[in-house]
Ligand binder design. Structure first.
Ligand SMILES: O=C(O)c1ccccc1N[C@@H]1O[C@H](COP(=O)(O)O)[C@@H](O)[C@H]1O
Length: 214
């Protein structure tokens, strides 16, 4: 099965074009104001309208309240909600039910114990996303830090829901990441940027070429 790719943190037409013409199956918009990739709903709506049929739009949130979810989901055409904070399985179920959209829940992996949470979330989330646990420094984002986790933790594991691998992926390590984990879907952000928050179209094309050739 061909590997599917999500390019996350798109905030300019150039990056978006490189993603969709290069073969991305998902494009992600970050609605987390503290992120250098944050995109205002008005601009996200313009970008989302450029996305061709067959490519899915993903809205990334971190512990959003209903007011914020409504403001974004009411104005931007979104196919999937990505929850990347400390949302509980109950909150995931609530968001799914209230907005009628599939939810992908991020699981932050630092050690084997963190995978227990994935077992719980797999009861309600439509998809799991395995990312590295953020480093314990004050300014660290809850994701999008460009760091990988120990991929062998996922080797041989089976999940009752589809899942994606993320965390520190780039064109140079993507083949190894897929080999070790068996992932069939990947999510990348920092690894296709030339500076935090700025996507490099050439790096996007290179990542997609390597990943989709696997
Ligand atoms: O990208 C961000 O700014 C971000 C902010 C808050 C939570 C998650 C975020 N991004 C997600 O983090 C992972 C890993 O990204 P990276 O490739 O290591 O930079 C990915 O799933 C992004 O969607």
């Amino acid at each position: 099965m061909a590997v599917q790719v999500k390019i996350c943190g798109l905030n300019e037409p150039e990056g978006l074009r490189a993603a969709v013409t290069g073969g991305a199956r998902y494009v992600g918009f970050v609605f987390y104001p503290a992120s250098p990739r944050y995109v205002a709903p008005l601009l996200a709506a313009e970008l989302a309208r450029m996305v061709p049929t067959g490519v899915r739009t993903v809205a990334l949130f971190v512990d959003p309240d209903d007011e914020f979810l409504e403001a974004v989901l009411g104005s931007v055409p979104i196919d999937t909600v990505q929850l990347h904070g400390r949302e509980t399985p109950r909150r995931v179920a609530e968001v799914k039910q209230r907005y009628g959209l599939p939810v992908m829940k991020a699981i932050k992996v630092g050690g084997p114990e963190d995978l227990e949470l994935a077992v719980e979330h797999a009861q309600v989330a439509d998809r799991l996303l395995f990312d590295a646990k953020p480093p314990p420094k004050v300014a660290a984002l809850p994701g999008g830090n460009g760091i990988a986790f120990d991929w062998t933790l996922l080797a041989g594991r089976r999940w009752p829901r589809p899942w994606m691998l993320s965390g520190g992926l780039n064109a140079d390590n993507v083949a190894e990441a897929v080999r070790v984990t068996g992932a069939t879907a990947l999510d990348v952000s920092s690894g296709v940027e030339d500076r935090p928050g700025h996507k490099d179209p050439a790096l996007i094309r290179e990542f997609l070429a390597r990943a989709t050739a696997l």
